[in-house]
Design a protein around this ligand. Structure first.
Ligand code: SF4
Length: 191
């Protein structure tokens, strides 16, 4: 059993905050443990909770189709996780205390996977992982470096579904992402 599988088992028994007692399934993460590129979202929604997988349902399908255009696939060469591993009751926003309680699971995932590039999906993840005052409408698609890891924010697919006119902006983010992958971890395309 790999380190990530071990971590998942530990996470399965976590009940540090309320969502851990109300969730249907843990949404630990999915993808290639050897991926160089990680996508990080905020917290599971209803579909994710039911399936135990991040970014499923309509918005997940939209994201999958956009990243497939740049050769990225969750079952092949990337890893996808959320900051919060259990769905907050009634889809409410995760409390700051819950974010604080759960972030160490994500940190542990980072330590095992050691991504070279992190893509923060949506403002909440970008604010927590990249910088608190990020303006995602202006700063999506712009890379910054933090602790030796390159990070970029992109628009959340659920927001794109609400305003499909913004889809080309996210598509451009992923073209920029592909260029960066070719520079720093081209092996992503050989996994
Ligand atoms: S949300 Fe995170 S910290 Fe809270 S119970 Fe679930 S795994 Fe544990």
């Amino acid at each position: 059993m790999g380190d990530l599988d071990n971590l998942r088992l530990q996470c399965l028994s976590c009940r540090k905050c309320e969502p851990g007692t109300t969730r249907t399934n843990l949404v630990f993460g999915v993808g290639n443990p050897n991926a160089r590129v990680m996508f990080i979202g905020e917290a599971p929604g209803e579909q994710e909770d039911l399936r135990g997988e991040p970014f499923v349902g309509r918005s997940g399908k939209l994201m999958d189709s956009m990243i497939a255009e740049v050769g990225l696939y969750r079952d092949k060469n990337i890893y996808i996780a959320n900051m919060i591993k259990c769905r907050p009751p009634n889809n409410r926003d995760p409390l700051p205390s819950e974010q604080e309680a759960c972030i160490n699971w994500l940190r542990a995932q980072f330590k095992i996977i050691k991504p070279k590039i992190i893509v923060c999906v949506g403002r909440i993840a970008a604010a927590r992982i990249m910088k608190p005052d990020i303006k995602i409408t202006k700063e999506h698609g712009v890379f910054m470096e933090k602790k030796g890891v390159l990070m970029m924010a992109t628009l959340h697919p659920a927001a794109l579904l609400r305003n499909i006119n913004q889809k080309p902006l996210a598509e451009e983010d992923f073209r920029i992402l592909k260029q960066k992958i070719m520079e720093v971890c081209p092996e992503t395309y050989n996994i």
